[in-house]
Design a protein around this ligand. Structure first.
Ligand code: FE2
Ligand code: FE2
Length: 357
């Protein structure tokens, strides 16, 4: 796909291309035979609104979210609703959550929220729940069953141990490479709730699960990991078509485990580089086809991006639009049974890592 700038894209692009140009994920749920049932929803994630002091917030993170909201409202066709994938706030402060929600209140569509660890660990989610309601719930929309989970809980014993302050706990959980930060988990109570919820759903119904951390184990050191992922997957396994969409990792990730497709969203704030340990995980995760060591610090939107997801008969094809890299499509390769980059999967076609740092 030819790289075009935003102005050209808006001038020349049709509705579909315009939808691709947003710093959000547009998810299209397509029912092969019954196209009247098709619909789209948008997915915005990881804004990390950061309070500085008084009424000052980190401008760059504000701008990412403001842009996502403005462009979601310009989408054509309009998404039926929006998902927000978690980490509205950087340190869970009420000022940060309020400021983020004020920006998000500009959305014209109903928005469903997912709890992120940056929203949670300062007060164990009290302020977030006061503003937004329950952190796990489900609903049905045009024949698809949607489930939202809070996947960033951890051991009760660890959460409630004596901390100097909630902020001390937040700072332990929000750090990378911190052996004192405990693993994320959905937990027994929510798994029990999920089982009861799914018991009421026919196994033919497409299921879309939204979580903050991946419901698969990728890299524990950075909490790209949910400790009871296998137990949650076991509850989803009987369904024919399941898609798990998550935030938290601020990068493209895709995987297939049985009938479950996994796809991550880009952040509106900043990118995370890929952990080096990914190279040891090739049997589990598909080979990465966008190699990015780190973002270009002089280009604020570098390695952020957007995608729209086309679900045709439950098979997911993700169209990634990357402002400073080549666009790509990752779709299920029926031969291997895993998602693969449709253009750049072969090793001789890989794009080398960025060298602009
Ligand atoms: Fe995040
Ligand atoms: Fe997160």
């Amino acid at each position: 796909m030819k790289k075009i700038n935003r102005r050209e894209l808006l001038k020349n692009g049709g509705a579909l291309l315009a939808a691709c140009s947003l710093p959000i994920s547009l998810v299209e749920v397509a029912f092969g035979k019954n196209s009247a049932q098709n619909f789209t929803f948008a997915f915005v994630s990881d804004s990390h609104i950061t309070h500085v002091k008084g009424n000052k917030f980190v401008n760059n993170w504000d701008r990412g979210l403001i842009r996502a909201v403005a462009e979601t409202n310009l989408m054509d066709p309009k998404p039926d609703f929006v998902f927000y994938g978690g980490d509205i706030a950087q340190l869970g402060k009420p000022e940060e959550i309020d400021h983020g929600l004020e920006i998000l209140s500009g959305l014209n569509q109903k928005t469903h929220y997912v709890m992120g660890e940056h929203d949670y660990y300062v007060d164990l989610g009290d302020y977030w729940r006061k503003q937004l309601g329950p952190d796990h719930y489900s609903f049905d929309h045009k024949g698809v069953h949607f489930v939202v989970l809070n996947s960033i809980l951890t051991f009760e014993k660890w959460m409630h141990q004596k901390w100097g302050s909630g902020m001390d706990r937040m700072k332990q959980m929000a750090r990378l490479d911190n052996p004192n930060g405990q693993p994320f988990m959905v937990g027994e109570a929510q798994r029990k709730w999920l089982k009861a919820d799914l018991d009421k759903v026919s196994k033919d119904t497409p299921v879309v699960v939204m979580s903050h951390s991946p419901l698969q184990k990728i890299f524990k050191g950075w909490n790209f990991w949910t400790d009871d992922a296998e137990q949650v997957q076991a509850l989803l396994k009987p369904f024919k078509k399941v898609t798990v969409l998550y935030g938290h990792v601020h990068q493209i990730q895709t995987n297939q485990i049985g009938s479950i497709s996994f796809h991550a969203a880009m952040a509106t704030a900043w990118p995370w580089p890929y952990p080096a340990t990914y190279s040891q995980k090739e049997s589990f995760l598909p080979k990465l086809t966008v190699e990015m060591n780190r973002a270009d610090p002089f280009f604020e939107r570098d390695a952020t991006g957007w995608q729209f997801i086309d679900m045709s008969n439950g098979d997911v094809a993700v169209n990634y639009q990357l402002p400073n890299n080549r666009n790509r499509v990752v779709a299920l390769d029926r031969k291997s049974g895993k998602p693969a980059d449709t253009m750049y999967q072969a090793s001789d076609k890989r794009i080398p890592p960025q060298d602009n740092y």
